[in-house]
Design a protein around this ligand. Structure first.
Ligand code: 3NM
Length: 517
């Protein structure tokens, strides 16, 4: 039978996790819940005790047809006739273990670098444990966290091998689907996840394992819908936009803004003008109620405080859990160490359907070649149009989401298509909150139109930028001050026209082209 690594239980006998319960009972419950493989991991017990417990565990796992592997100790595996071993980098070397164990024994190897992985593959390992995915209190001597982006890069380096792969470290119900989805490289994905505390430490290990097995089987609700490739993509997209604007107006979606205090009032007015229902709610615990309205969540970290990140994380988890759209606007991402850390924490802690930012912000989220930002401005641009398009495309591909890199020309990508948008007006850059409002507007459209996220964001962006052009063209608009009320009026005018089925506002107005990379 092929090895099923999908839900891999690693045991832990420390009191904080086992909470005084009998390990064999916990493992039996986990087997009933659907774990597919068990590793007995005990770094402290004496050999006699290890053999006694391993033998009992083997009686349990055999009943459920689940292979039992022993961590580190080839002698213990041999003594109890376990199906195999799991070896760390400091344990017995592969060749020695191979010689001692029966021919068909399973041997898994812990790897945290591609170099270690390649060596294990060349040796003939059955599977690799890849970690650590995230920080975890269960094992604190970990040097580096790969995250989903690091794991994806890792997997693409070993994609020519059919070796099994499981990720480990901080994986639980709230992130397991995202871990599997976002770690997948085009040619190789994870075969499973290895879990300690979310099963062993759970109140009900059977229910916990069953829930995890169910989540693993299903694609997350927020997954991108694959789009058919079309000969004239831009034309096809533009054709759908008036109907999508109408759909958004009719849906009257709730947009939950966790937004900076500089622009909250303006952004709420923009959302109202386009026919949506804004709520400005920075208190993370409110999200578990608000997410039930099936609107969108905007995280805009423009006026970050010491409490913001934990509030954002609670809200993102609530919206991700229901598959409702989350937009991340990493304002000033590269301005301070605190903000750079916030980016890392938030990116590791949730799925963002859309990441929206200026060049400096998107470069910081991407990670390498980040540039220091002065305040929240993007700073001088060092990338040309093709490079910006590629950055947006690469980040969207890595995160498996949609990225909007804003500027005089906006670049929008879902990892496959890259669309450049040249609409808008310079006054937009002279008023606070216009960039932030695009995040909120995008949320309204992502909530209302779910089958093509790129098209949803493009619809909102064009509505926004065409309204800005209309406002700036009014003879009574003399600068940014008179522009703001005119802009709200023009957003409202388009919303009113759209609700009446009048698409005249859109005809011949979009300045959009596809960028081929
Ligand atoms: N190995 P939890 S992380 C046993 O990085 C182990 O190799 C790791 O525990 C590695 O599922 C880890 O409770 C602990 O986060 C994972």
């Amino acid at each position: 039978m092929p090895l099923d690594l999908s839900l891999y239980l690693v045991t832990d006998s420390t009191p904080a996790i086992l909470k005084g319960r009998d390990l064999c009972t916990v493992v039996e419950e986990a087997c009933k819940g659907g774990v597919t493989i068990v590793q007995y991991r005990d770094k402290t017990s004496d050999t006699g005790d290890l053999i006694e417990t391993a033998s009992k565990l083997h009686q349990v796992t055999k009943k459920y047809g689940v292979p039992l592997l022993i961590n580190d100790r080839v002698d213990v595996a041999l003594a109890v006739g376990a199906e195999g071993v799991h070896l760390g980098q400091d344990d017995m070397v592969f060749e020695a273990a191979k010689k001692l164990l029966p021919k068909d024994a399973i041997i898994g190897i812990s790897t945290s670098t591609v170099e270690q992985a390649k060596k294990a593959i060349a040796d003939g390992a059955d599977y690799l444990g890849i970690g650590a995915m995230f920080a975890t209190p269960t094992k604190t001597n970990t040097k580096a966290f790969l995250g989903t982006a690091g794991t994806q890069a890792f997997l693409s380096e070993i994609s020519d091998s059919s070796v099994g792969t499981v990720a480990i470290g901080g994986i639980n119900h709230s992130n397991v689907q995202r871990v599997l989805y976002q770690s997948k490289s085009p040619a190789k994905g994870l075969d499973g996840v290895a879990i300690v505390s979310a099963i062993v430490g759970a109140e009900d290990p059977k229910a916990s394992a069953a829930k995890l097995a169910e989540l693993i089987k299903n694609t997350p609700m927020f997954a991108l819908t694959p789009q058919p490739s079309r000969a004239n993509e831009v034309e096809a997209l533009l054709q759908d936009i008036p109907a999508i604007v109408r759909k958004m107006v009719e849906a009257h979606p709730l947009v939950h803004n966790m937004i900076n205090f500089v622009v909250a009032n303006f952004v709420a007015n923009v959302a109202l003008s386009i026919g949506a229902s804004p709520i400005m709610a920075p208190y993370g615990d409110e999200a578990k109620d608000l997410c039930k309205f099936d609107g969108a969540l905007l995280i805009n970290m423009g006026t970050l405080t010491s409490e913001s990140v934990s509030n954002y994380q609670k809200a993102v988890q609530a919206y991700n859990g229901r598959g409702n759209p989350v937009i991340y606007d990493p304002v000033g991402a590269a301005a301070t160490g605190i903000r750079r850390n916030a980016v890392s924490t938030l990116m590791a802690g949730g799925y963002f359907d859309l990441i929206k930012g200026n060049e400096g912000e998107i470069r910081q989220v991407w990670g390498s070649n980040a540039v220091q930002q002065r305040g929240v401005d993007s700073g001088p641009s060092t990338l040309d149009g093709q490079q910006k398009a590629k950055l947006a495309r690469d980040l969207a591909r890595r995160e498996r989401n949609v990225v909007l890199l804003t500027g005089a020309v906006d670049y929008l990508s879902d990892g496959e298509r890259v669309i450049a948008v040249e609409n808008g007006h310079p006054y937009l850059g002279q008023v606070t909150g216009t960039g932030c409002a695009i995040g909120s507007v995008s949320g309204c459209f992502l909530a209302a139109h779910r089958s093509d996220k790129l098209l949803a964001v493009l619809s909102g962006l064009l509505l926004f930028e065409i309204a800005a052009e209309n406002a700036a063209a009014k003879e009574y608009v003399r600068g940014p001050g008179s522009f703001v009320p005119a802009f709200l009026d023009e957003l409202y005018a388009i919303r009113t026209a759209a609700s009446k089925g009048d698409d005249g506002w859109f005809v011949g107005r979009a300045k959009v082209h596809e960028v081929k990379l």
